[in-house]
Design a protein around this ligand. Structure first.
Ligand code: ADP
Ligand code: 5GP
Length: 197
C-alpha cells in the first residue's frame, strides 16, 4: 500500500480554509485532518481534541521541548503547532493528510518534507475576504484588522506554492483541491511502483 501524502492548505484568515476542508472530509472520510494545538481560546462551538488541542502557553512549550511538533509558529498573538505523531501514523496507513496551517508553518514543513504539496487558497477579492471575516463574527475589530493585514502581507508568498485555488464557491474550491490530490497521486514515481511485475 502506498504511503499517504501531505497536503498543506494555507491562505488568509477568513478565506474559508476550514469550510473547504470540512467539505473535503465529508466527501472522503478516509482523509485525515490534522488537529493542531493552539494557545488561543476556544470559540463558541469549538471542542477540545476536535477543532484544536487547546493548550496553555506552558503546556505548548512542553510539547515544543519534547519535539512533539512537526512545525509550530506564532500567529497574531497565539501559538499554533502540528503534532507530528498522528500525521505520520495516518500517512503510514496510506491516508492523505490535510493540514490547515499558516505560512511560516508551511515553510517549515516544506524545508523538512519537500514532497508535501502546498496549496494556497485566495479570496475572489480583498473586499470579500473582509466580508467573510467580519461575517464569521469570531473576532473583534482590531483582531480582524490584524488578520486582514497579515493576509495581505503573506499573499506575495503564494506564488511559491504548488497550487493556487480561488475560493469563490466552496464547491468549486473543494473540486479543484480534489483534482489536485488526484493528480498528485498520478506522479510517475509513485504510480510506477504500483504496477505489478
Ligand atoms: P478560515 O478557516 O480560512 O479562517 P472559515 O472557513 O472560518 O475561514 O470561513 C470564514 C467565513 O467565510 C465563514 O463564515 C464561512 O461560512 C464563510 N465562507 C467560507 N467559504 C465561503 C464561500 N466560498 N463563499 C462565501 N462564504 C464563505
Ligand atoms: P484560527 O485562529 O483562525 O483558527 O487560525 C489562525 C491561523 O492559524 C490560520 O491561518 C490557521 O491556518 C493557522 N493554524 C492552525 N493550526 C496551525 C498549526 O498547527 N500550525 C500553524 N503554523 N498554523 C496553524
Amino acid at each position: 500500500m502506498p504511503k499517504g501524502k501531505t497536503f498543506i492548505i494555507c491562505g488568509p484568515s477568513g478565506v474559508g480554509k476550514g469550510t473547504v476542508v470540512s467539505r473535503l472530509m465529508e466527501a472522503d472520510p478516509t482523509l485525515y485532518f490534522s488537529v493542531s494545538a493552539t494557545t488561543r481560546a476556544p470559540r463558541a462551538g469549538e471542542a477540545d481534541g476536535v477543532h484544536y488541542h487547546f493548550l496553555t502557553r506552558e503546556r505548548f512549550q512542553e510539547w515544543i521541548d519534547a519535539g512533539d511538533f512537526l512545525e509550530h509558529a506564532q500567529f497574531v498573538g497565539n501559538f499554533y503547532g502540528t503534532p507530528r505523531r498522528y500525521v505520520d501514523e495516518a500517512m503510514d496507513q496510506g491516508r492523505d493528510v490535510l493540514l490547515d496551517i499558516e505560512i511560516q508553518g508551511a515553510e517549515q514543513i516544506h524545508q523538512k518534507r519537500p514532497e508535501a504539496v502546498r496549496i494556497y487558497i485566495a479570496p475572489p477579492s480583498w473586499e470579500e475576504l473582509e466580508r467573510r471575516l467580519t461575517g464569521r463574527g469570531t473576532e473583534d475589530g482590531e483582531k480582524i484588522r490584524s488578520r486582514l493585514a497579515r493576509g495581505r502581507e503573506e499573499f506575495a508568498a503564494a506564488r511559491d506554492f504548488d497550487y493556487l485555488v480561488i475560493n469563490d464557491t466552496v464547491e468549486h474550491a473543494a473540486a479543484e483541491i480534489r483534482a489536485i490530490m488526484t493528480a498528485e497521486h498520478c506522479r510517475p514515481a509513485e504510480r510506477a511502483a504500483q504496477i505489478e511485475c
